[in-house]
Each structure stands twice: as C-alpha cells, then as structure tokens.
Design a protein. Structure first.
Length: 437
C-alpha cells in the first residue's frame, strides 16, 4: 500500500508480527504500539548527541529539536520512505558555528548553516543525475579520512579550559561514558553518551556547579525561540568543509542501510543528500543546528532489526512535541560546561578516529608520500589554527578546518597531477626508501 507521497507499508492485519530473528523492512510496519515503542527508542538514541550540539554552541535546545524532527519527516518524504534515518544535529557544524558566532553572532552562524545546506542540496542534485563516482574521484579515502579526522582534532581544543578549570566534572563525565559503554548491553549501552551526561550532571550538582534558578520562571508550554540568518562571505568559507563531511555521512548511511536491509539503494543517494541539505536549510532559517543522518539510530536498527520508516515518523513527531516545552529546554541548558567538555572529549575523539577508520577500511597506503603528505599537512594545519589563532586576511578569517580541508584537497590533487604528467609516481621500493628519511 502506498500513499500519494510514495511512502508505503506492507500491512499484515494490524501490523507485522515480529518474532525472534525476524527483520522488519523499511516499507513494512509493526502494530502501532510496537511502532511507537521503537520510535521512542530512536528518540532516546539520538537525544544525547543531538542535544549536546546546541548546548556546546549556545543554540536553543528546543528549536534544534523542532528542526531535527521536521528534518526527519522531510527526509522520509524526499527519499519516498526507502531510507530509514533520523536527522540529528551534526557535530561537524560546531567549529564553524563557534567561529561565525564570534565574528557575526548567531545570525552569521545560521547564514553559514543555510549556505552549507544549499551546497549539499546541489551536490544531491548532481549525484541524482550523475551518480557518486565523481565524489570518490574528488575525495578518495585518504582525503575524506583526513577531512573527517581534522574536524575532530580541531574541536579538541575547545575542551582545554574545561579540563583545567573543572577537571573532576570533566573526567567524571568521560569515565561514566566509557564505563557505561562496556558495562551495559543493548539499548543502555547505546545510550552511553546520555547516561554519561546524567552522571556528570550529578557530579557537577554535588559541587554546586548547576544553576536551577531559571527553570521555575520558564513556562511549561510555549513556542521555541526562532532566529533569522545573516549572510557573509567569510562564513561561507568556514562552512564549506562541513559539506564534505555531510556527503560522506549520507552516502555511508545509505550504503549501510542497503547492506542491513539487503536492498539496492544506489539510486537514492542523491535524494538522501538533497533531503539532508533541505533540512539543514530550513533549520538555518529558523534558528536550529545543521543536520545529518545519525549513526546512533543505525545502532538501534542493527540491534532490533526493525527498519520500518513508520518508527521514524513517530520519532520525528515526538521530537517536535518536545520542542514546545520551554521548561525542558531550560533544564537542558543547565548542563554545566564541565559536563559538555567531558562529552566533547569522547565525541570529538570519536570523530577523529572515524577519519582514521576510513583510512584503515580502504587500506590507504601511507608508504606512498602523496598520501602521507596529504594527510599530515591537513591535520597539522587544523590542529595549529584554532580559536583566536585563525589566519586573518583583510576582512576574511580562515580557521583550521577550512584551511586544513583546502590544503588536503589541493596537496593531494596537485601531487597526483604532477606525478601522472611526469611519470614520477613512486614505486613500492621508492616509497619504502623515502619513508626512512
């Protein structure tokens, strides 16, 4: 059965009866009580990381939740219900948002989010027509892995003041996340970020670091806070590297879902990119964080074997509903800096290692000096240029992520082009000799 949006479910009486070992396909549904239960589970899975992004950047939490919910529903519509996914807050936006807010305020940061979303949507249009081969040519594994890794390493510098000023809270949060990841199985293990934040919050509260004064004044029900974007050329340069990461995340998400569901989804890559781009644009125009497909929810699907997109419709509506409880948003905003810093240590580290994992999975050969210099230069630039250390040229400011990304792309393609023209691509023996000097 399909509706006019092209979204279909296979109906089995009141819904498919799930038995042990049975998978529920994207176009099938469970009975509604089970569907609601799985949908709420998806909300819990995305919650810790999604809420942490506005907490770290100073964006309104309820506004971000509203636009992640709306973005998820839009994603389901544009992909015709073929790709189950929750669009949560992307950590790739944290560094450029922080940089843009320092120079142009929240409006400038939102303008950057909008421009990144437009760029991603355009990429989606191209992919829908031409496929993904050109993406792999522009960003081979050594380049993509470096771009992902340098974002995590650049963000690491934001945790420095938390480590030095509130070390107990910061490291208690880190320890709680690490321990809950291995102590618990199933859903609790997948909610380690959320559980770690709760433990860190309690540690901070015991030390008098939590301010509850604003909670009583906040109403129970009300509209989220909306803000409008402003547009600046230098913010465009700040946000362009994020687009590369979003491309990798979306294409990787579609590939993962295809493997999990044993379905061919190459023809929906473009739609997924366009959907995420459109959701990010809408969020930027209203005051929300930029979005991306969420690995946390992939984990829930892997453990439950329920891939039904109906559950994601429930998750989207639940997130939207939470957005209209201002008291809830104020409560989230009481999370102390040390707790956010501790969670950041784990999450930023994971981003960096995901980049390294791309190298390993694709067997990137670092005995080849082209790969070695490409990755090394991009990483060092990203680590060296952070915060106030950004490179300023006139009215333009270039942070480590922007310059590191540019250097990675230019160095790789420049070296490859010259090597091909001159016939000087190193042989295996030359690579090994060069690595010893």
């Amino acid at each position: 059965m399909r509706n006019r949006f092209g979204i279909g479910w296979t109906l089995h009486g009141n819904g498919k009866t799930i038995t042990p070992g049975t998978a529920v396909a994207p176009d099938e549904r469970l009975a509604w009580p089970q569907t609601i239960g799985v949908g709420v589970q998806h909300v819990m899975a995305m919650f810790g990381a999604t809420v942490l992004v506005p907490t770290l950047t100073g964006f309104p939490v309820t506004t971000t939740l509203l636009f992640t919910g709306l973005g998820t529903l839009l994603f389901l519509l544009i992909t015709a219900g073929r790709v189950p996914s929750y669009l949560g807050s992307s950590f790739a936006f944290i560094a450029p948002v922080t940089g843009a807010m320092a120079t142009h305020g929240m409006g400038g940061a939102l303008g950057g989010i909008v421009m990144a979303g437009v760029a991603l949507f355009i990429v989606g249009l191209i992919v829908q027509k031409a496929g993904t081969n050109w993406i792999h040519a522009l960003m081979p594994p050594v380049v993509m892995g470096t771009i992902v890794a340098l974002i995590g390493l650049n963000l690491a510098t934001t945790t420095t003041d938390k480590i030095t000023t509130v070390p107990l809270t910061t490291f208690a949060t880190v320890l709680a996340i690490v321990l809950t990841t291995v102590l618990f199985r199933g859903m609790l293990g997948r909610l380690s970020i959320l559980l770690g934040i709760i433990v860190g919050y309690l540690v901070a509260w015991a030390q008098g670091q939590v301010d509850f004064s604003k909670i009583a004044d906040a109403p129970w029900i009300g509209l989220p806070d909306f803000s409008a974007p402003t547009f600046h050329l230098d913010t465009l340069i700040l946000f362009l590297p994020v687009v590369f990461v979003l491309i990798a995340e979306n294409v990787g998400h579609v590939k993962t879902v295809a493997l999990m569901t044993n379905r061919e989804l190459d023809d929906v890559n473009g739609r997924a990119l366009m959907a995420d781009g459109a959701a990010t644009v809408i969020a930027g125009f209203g005051g929300g964080s930029g979005t991306t497909t969420y690995a946390e929810n992939i984990g829930v699907m892997a453990s439950s074997r329920v891939y039904s997109t109906a559950a994601y419709w429930i998750a989207g509506f639940v997130a939207i509903a939470l957005a209209f409880f201002p008291k809830f948003g104020v409560l989230i905003n009481t999370i102390p800096a040390g707790v956010a810093g501790g969670a950041g240590i784990v999450l930023y580290g994971m981003i960096a290692i995901v980049g390294a994992r791309l190298w390993v999975q694709n067997k990137v050969d670092f005995s080849n000096p082209i790969n070695l210099m490409t990755a090394g230069s991009g990483l060092i630039i990203a680590i060296a240029l952070y915060g106030d250390n950004a490179l300023n040229l006139g009215n333009m400011s270039f942070g480590g992520i922007a310059l590191g990304t540019a250097a990675t792309l230019v160095i790789y393609h420049l070296m490859c082009s010259i090597a091909r023209v001159r016939g000087t691509e190193p042989t295996q023996s030359e690579e090994l000799d060069g690595a010893t000097h």
